[in-house]
Write a protein that binds this ligand. Sequence first.
Ligand code: SF4
Ligand code: FE2
Length: 658
Amino acid sequence: MSEHSYDHSHGHHDPNFTDYKDAVREYKKSFASKQDVMEQAPDPAVREMVKYMDDCGVENCFDRFDKQKPHCTFGLAGVCCRICSLGPCKITERSPRGTCGADADLIVARNMVRAAAGGVAAHGARAREIILTLKKAAEGDVNLPIIGVKKVKAVADMFGLDVKTKSVQELAGEVADILLEDLSRTVPGKHKTLEAVATYERKLVWEELDVIPVGSYHEVFEALHQTTVGTQGDWRKAMDQFMRLGVAFSMNSVVGGSIASDCLYGVPQRTTVKANLGVLRTDTVNIAVHGHAPQMAMEVIKTARSEKFQKMAKEAGATGIQFYGICCSGLSSLYRLGGVIPLSNANGSELVVATGALDLWLADIQEIFPGIMDVANCYKTVVVTTNESNRLPGAEHIGYKRDLTDLDKLPELSERIVTRAIESFENRKDIKRHIPEHEVEAEVGFNLETLNQRYGSLSTIASALIEGKIKGIINLAGCTNTRVVFEKSIVDIVDILLKNNVLVFTNGCASFPMAKLGYCSVKGQEKCGEKLLRFLGPKMPPVWHFGECIDNAHAVSVFREIAKYTGRHMKDLPFAEVTPEWSNEKGVGAALAFRMLGFNSYHCVHAPVQGSRNVQEFLYKGTKELLGSCMNVHTDPEKVAEMILKDFDEARSNICWR
Ligand code: SF4
Ligand code: FE2
């Protein structure tokens, strides 16, 4: 961060002004270009597809990012405020305060609060839908079996419900009610999920800081309230709301959503598939599932695999119907139903459409870039949206209602969607395909339950950690970002960490390069240091794929269980949250949520805080004392890996481990 370099002779001295221009200028120089992606992306299939789209003159996010250059310095520094119409205001040397008098610290802090609120709302809205679906299934309003019987009982027990006398249906209904209440509480009261899952140590920390959320709804509401013009004037207090959102993100939006999904559909299972674009077939009806809400994707896959639709596909000249996964709906349907080929995260979705191989693209919510429509039109891929929160002009919409009153129609809607896919297959026989050859095996579905099955108990992992066979464990997650070479920071960091015996958990968008490049199979062992190899044995991959982004909840359960066996708090252990290429508001929320749990977070992408020395220092250092964790950023992945290794060594030496 650049030093305070204000020219006092100027006469507008403001002690809070931070000269961010040099830092941001330097930062902008590091931004990747499409050319860099074509040359340096670690996945050969990505390089090939970007080049292919370039040759065909079809635009994607890498072109659009280049066209956005030069990026707005004020926006990058976080000192652009559009909260009221006295503005927009920007903080510069000449104008160190907005019209209302807000300084850079306040503007940067408020923008971060609003970003975190966006993340809490995104995961929270998804959680709400799935909890409501569980409730409807429990109450018989929708004909969905409750598959996660063990999970329902375990969670009911955790909530202190009467598991002995009540039926699974009853318990599932009561669990859903508690999760909904925690998510949307209006009258302040006990947060039951937090009480049940947070450690005693964390509860004390959060209580002390007064950051225990009322619930996601309230904290998002309050975040928008506090950050409106002329309300919260103290940047440090705004950061308290930021931290409260971090706890709400984790305890309601992520844990609540994850519990409901597991109760309804069962806990994720380990499963192995082929991954990457080379698996795309030309003789099957090809359907991609993209997004985050599992309800429709799960039903469509089941429908397509029924005898009736297999027969219909064959009559249309296909050998069957194959599913492919984009982003998180793809991952969650893979570990629950098997056989869904992981192809790409959100930033690479246009590349997948451009293969010309997809007959139907099923888009639900979140990280569905509007840009896919133009590419889909080029290749006659039918895009079907399924959720009222995400409509795309030009797409067909076959979805359930906003109020979820017609969820019982899922089977009919699914039949329409699969029928549409088969029609599309017939209509697209003359469409040119371009399918890169790369494919590799990947295993997904790690979590506390499947690891307990594998190891008997996690004491095995805890011992390996104590003995130093495992130096530390990272949770590799987050999105991807056009500011850096697509997926390269993720791969570069992991390569260095594996060599240094760091075990990797992964989920969400960042997990795609891992799955596509062999890290989630035993092939990935080539990258490991000797000690880690000895721990893994011949059958385990070095990168454990937990699934979709809300499976952070499962990762945390595993970290918590390992910590328990070491007899230490998570904050004192060599654990880290690594989101090298984070980009969206959920990414702000996820890293923040992990910091609230005491994990340092590491990134190759700057948050928009360079415009405020106070906010930046608070996040980079100040929270260390409060939470035991802080944010660490460097645009060079090698430097980030070094920071992680150094911090792991320090953590180990602090607790007298080798
Ligand atoms: Fe400008 Fe203040 Fe309005 Fe923001 S809230 S736009 S800084 S006047
Ligand atoms: Fe996701």
